[in-house]
Design a protein. Sequence first.
Length: 267
Amino acid sequence: MPYNEAFKGLKGACNCDLKQFLLSEMQRYDVVKELQRERPQVIVAIGSGAVEKIKAIKNIPIVYLMVPDTQSDITGKSNMTGVNMDIPPDMQLDIVRQALPEVGDIGLLYNPVQQGGFIEKAKAAAASAGIGLTANAVGNPRKVSDQLNLMTGKIKAFWMLPDVSVITPETVEILFLYTLKNKLPVITFSSKFLEMGALMSFEVDPNDMGVQAAEIISRILSGADVNQIPDTNARKINITINDRTAKKLGLTISNEILNKARVINRD
């Protein structure tokens, strides 16, 4: 499980005494009161659920991880910093450019409320990398099919973002039928979609995120003000490539990326 891997990374790298609270075992307790009673020097929140439970705490530094930077609970909190699980768009597009230099135009769908900031960065990164980016806004999952059809003939690959307001079980089926029909490779945020036919996935490394969180904790315990420590992005990306899909689409992945990636479905 990703959260367990994150905790392992934290425990292995943090030169500190850790006391673990499992939310699944504390449903009958007031988590905030329990933590206040412990009076820790730092609280670590792993995952969105943990952040939601303890966001009311203002007087203890909080370090979070395994949380998307679009989560409103982590914005504007002076006692909170951490490691976002979003992979910067420039890093993702750089890998795509290296892996598939012939794919010059990419399409994506997004909810402007949830992903507006990410899209602005993605557009700038695409322009810098010489990649054409068609980003169609979708306010309602029922509009996914219409917005996909507007991309027909304009894109050579589809970039699937972790936007739960756009990606639902129903829209995933629509998306993969569309990309299969149009012979478009799908670049996605989770390796689980590779078995549905996606070409490539980018995922954060939970263990290394735990190490990053430990580094932030070390700074706080050494006297740094949590308010002066900016949040950061996950620095390590796990790339997985579906060899079967690459062959079906007639695509050749560069050795530069293959040497860094985990390759599945080799025939």
